[in-house]
Design a protein around this ligand. Sequence first.
Ligand SMILES: Nc1ncnc2[nH]cnc12
Ligand SMILES: [Zn+2]
Length: 349
Amino acid sequence: MSLPDFARIPRERLPELLAAMPKAELHIHIEGSLEPELIFALAQRNGVALAYPDVQALRDAYAFTNLQSFLDIYYAGASVLIEEQDFYDMAWAYLRKAAEENVRRTELFFDPQTHTARGVAMATVINGLHRACEDAREKLGVDAALILCFLRHLSEDAAFETLEQALPLRDKFIGVGLDSSELGHPPEKFVRVFARCRQLGFRLVAHAGEEGPAAYVWSALDALHVERIDHGVQSIHDADLMRRLAQEGIPLTVCPLSNLKLRVFEDLRQHNLGQLLEAGLVATINSDDPAYFGGYLNQNFIETFDATGLGARQAWQLATNSFTGSFADAQAKRRWCDEVNATFARFAA
Ligand SMILES: Nc1ncnc2[nH]cnc12
Ligand SMILES: [Zn+2]
């Protein structure tokens, strides 16, 4: 099939097109979708004390200077999650939003160590999230899958222990990832546990090159053998790495509003997404932690396009990349890419 005629789509219609086009979200921490209102509702339901008197005071605290300043508040927010129903409610709220935004496929990260460290059972976490994913498929037509993330500020032994706890529920998540504080915690720290997960047949991803250097992206690829890089925006500083990412078609799950709020870029106009696409990388747009960074997926698209001047061609590329970069089966990917083409043909008619 030939490419849509992008020149026929006027710039004024871009926001409408960005919202309407089918898309996949490949980088969303489900705990980062916990809105202040739900944090307060769950705190009350579970009798958990919060450090803030009300929703507004909590929201006012969302002024971050870097990744760590965000993570401290993010882990505190997650402390209200106790029962299986809490995990369900959190994921269901996100999945409903995703359906409204024409997300067809979403791969949700979750951080079990944040919860098991507080005495919440692994099964409570995974069963609640998984039930929401099943309901999303049935009731919303959204295909949702779970990816278990190891916290990189903790030890590899702790990651192994987490894996052991999760293995009885292995049919309920498709892969593993690596998140939390990047600087000082290089991928090499987790070589053995990723090797084990690879042996077990899990899909592998890792955060790399968000605040950390391009060298961390190399080691995520060569030491951990990940299939996708989360963020990866620092790759731009290494021409050999850029060539490799392009040649091997390794997807980058880029999160523009997150990068702005965590000061990876001081201004959205300086974001390098356009350069990554120009270099032929399989870059995608994602929300990361939408409740904390001021926007869900469509807001990320709309603000980024507005600030950087990207156009309909890049919109098509990003929507297509989101499906090709996903871990869905080949037939579903083809169906969604056809749907992307049909949407663009309609806007170009
Ligand atoms: N942007 C991010 N980077 C690393 N770990 C995270 N956990 C939640 N959001 C994250
Ligand atoms: Zn992330």
